[in-house]
Design a protein around this ligand. Structure first.
Ligand code: KIV
Ligand code: ZN
Length: 522
């Protein structure tokens, strides 16, 4: 029988504890709305007693996001009256409010952090739950540092707070010390006893990633009876972060028969949510991060590309569409084999090439790929067109199209406090165009100048500049939309000059729109 696993998202509380990731009220509301779209069951919107700003944000999320639908809104409280009051007075506006109380159970917390006896701490926890129950029916109790606690004391605490009225028991691996097999056993033992005391109480886990095992520990807990998991988007959170929601959810989805479980997450919203959280919090997602990393569904080895084109399941366990991406990406590099290049040419309508024709084009591809890091569709287009221009110069259908691509000839960017400005020289259709623009910053000015020359309405979706090769080269990354279509075009470029890398990435992305137009016309 498959069980529902409740998903509790703590991006706005544990995730927001990442230094520098603080969001303002409007940004928090935007994230909370997106989490609702994603289908999480519970949103932990903040720590209301920590500041007036946090209190207000939790209250606004409860009022605006928690007012309709099933989503539960909670906030964190220490086991003290003032904290519990702050949570109550902020979450009470939600249709389904929940008070979340945390108090340590390990000897380290009880003795060293609080300097109290175990029974004193247990009584504080029980009193906190009893008080919270006078305010709301739903109360979650977290036994902080549970994975390093003495088991019998941990269990006595759980039993006591359940008797006091706790409706959810959360077992945190606060410092990421647990190991999957051991954590699974702990959850099994607790679940066994808990369901005998009260089988309506949900058993939850909250794992940290200090040893890189947050997802593995969370999944081990699911296998051993946990009803609910606490996660964050992109795995952000205190220190090394929390269990990543997208990893736990996709593991449960992909290995459904193994876990005998499902979640209510709308997985098609995973990529949107990840990008929103990353851009608002200013936290880049590691490129090879499972599910949400830029390369998670990109294949670059020729052997893999060949296998995928023969049968996708050769190297693909999840369809990228399931997480909200368009499709898998076959990156064309010097390592790509014939099969991938043939496939890319086929997408451009060049399906009837003879073997000698293809071999000559492939050779030109390899030469360019050795010189450039990545080959774009417009590069391949130029290679194919050069081939036809050489062998069939009068075949107008196959030549003379690449003149529609834009080529950066020169640029000048001036950065100052008042009027950052940029001028560019761009070649297209054998003509040189010049344009200048001002902007609120040098990149805005640069992109405005380029956009003026390009023949489209362009909306910039994402821009990033990072250093590569120990800081010598800058890597510009751009995603744009041609407004009339809504499709996203992404491209990269490297150069030692950050302005040039930024301009080239933008122009590469524009050229992808040109290729699309050319292919539609054909
Ligand atoms: O890591 C932790 O123990 C927590 C609790 C508040 C659940 O974040
Ligand atoms: Zn935590």
């Amino acid at each position: 029988m498959t069980r529902k696993i409740w998903v509790f998202d703590t991006t706005l509380r544990d995730g927001e504890q990442v230094p520098g990731a603080k969001l303002n009220l409007y940004e928090k509301l935007e994230v909370a709305n997106q989490l609702k779209k994603l289908g999480v069951d519970i949103i932990e919107a903040g720590f209301p007693s920590s500041s007036a700003g946090d209190f207000n944000a939790v209250k606004e999320i409860a009022r605006k996001v928690g007012k309709v639908d099933d989503v539960i809104i909670t906030g964190l409280a220490r086991a003290v009256k003032a904290d519990i009051d702050a949570v109550y007075h902020s979450v009470k506006y939600a249709e389904h409010p929940l008070i979340h109380i945390v108090l340590g159970t390990s000897d380290i917390h009880v003795e060293k952090k609080f300097g109290k006896s175990k029974s004193e701490i247990m009584n504080i926890g029980v009193d906190a739950v009893k008080y919270a129950k006078t305010l709301l029916p739903d109360v979650q109790y977290s036994t902080e540092d549970a994975s390093r606690s003495d088991f019998e004391y941990l269990w006595s605490t759980i039993e006591a707070v359940v008797k006091a009225g706790a409706t959810i028991i959360n077992i945190p691996d606060t410092v990421g010390y647990a190991e999957p097999e051991e954590f699974g056993e702990l959850i099994f033992k607790i679940n066994d006893r808990l369901k005998n005391v009260n089988d309506r109480v949900l058993l939850s886990v909250h794992c940290h990633n200090d040893l890189g095992m947050a997802t593995a520990n969370t999944l081990a807990a699911i296998k051993n009876g946990a009803d609910k998991v606490e996660c964050t988007i992109n795995g952000i959170g205190e220190r090394a972060g929390n269990a990543a929601l997208e990893e736990v959810v996709m593991a449960v989805n992909t290995r459904r028969t193994l876990y005998q479980a499902f979640t209510n997450i709308n997985t098609k919203e995973i990529t949107n949510t990840s990008r929103l959280v990353s851009s608002l919090m200013g936290l880049d997602v590691q490129v090879n991060k499972a599910i949400t990393g830029e390369n998670a569904f990109a294949h670059s080895s020729g052997i893999h590309q060949d296998g995928l084109l023969k049968s996708r399941d050769a190297y693909e366990i999840m369809n990228p569409v399931e997480v909200g991406l368009d499709d898998m990406e076959l990156v064309l590099t010097a390592r790509s084999g014939r099969h991938a290049v043939k496939n890319a040419l086929g997408k451009m309508g060049l399906r009837q090439l003879t073997d000698p024709q293809f071999e000559e084009i492939f050779e030109a591809f390899l030469k360019l790929a050795d010189a450039k890091k990545e080959i774009y569709q417009h590069d391949l287009y130029v290679i194919a067109e050069n081939y036809f221009a050489k062998h069939h110069p009068y075949d107008q259908d196959r030549t003379q199209h690449s003149r529609h691509f834009y080529e950066l000839i020169d640029l000048q960017v001036i950065s100052n406090f008042h009027f950052p400005s940029a001028s560019v020289k761009i070649k297209q259709n054998e003509q040189i165009f010049q344009s200048s623009a001002v902007g609120s910053g040098p990149i805005e000015a640069l992109y405005a100048a380029i956009t003026e020359i390009a023949d489209f309405d362009i909306k910039l979706i994402e821009y990033k500049i990072t250093s590569v090769s120990r800081g010598k080269d800058a890597l510009g990354k751009v995603s744009i939309q041609a407004e009339h279509k809504g499709e996203t075009y992404s491209a990269k470029a490297t150069d030692t000059d950050i302005m040039k890398a930024s301009a080239l990435a933008y122009i590469h992305a524009i050229n992808l729109i040109v290729v699309d137009r050319l292919l539609q016309v054909k």
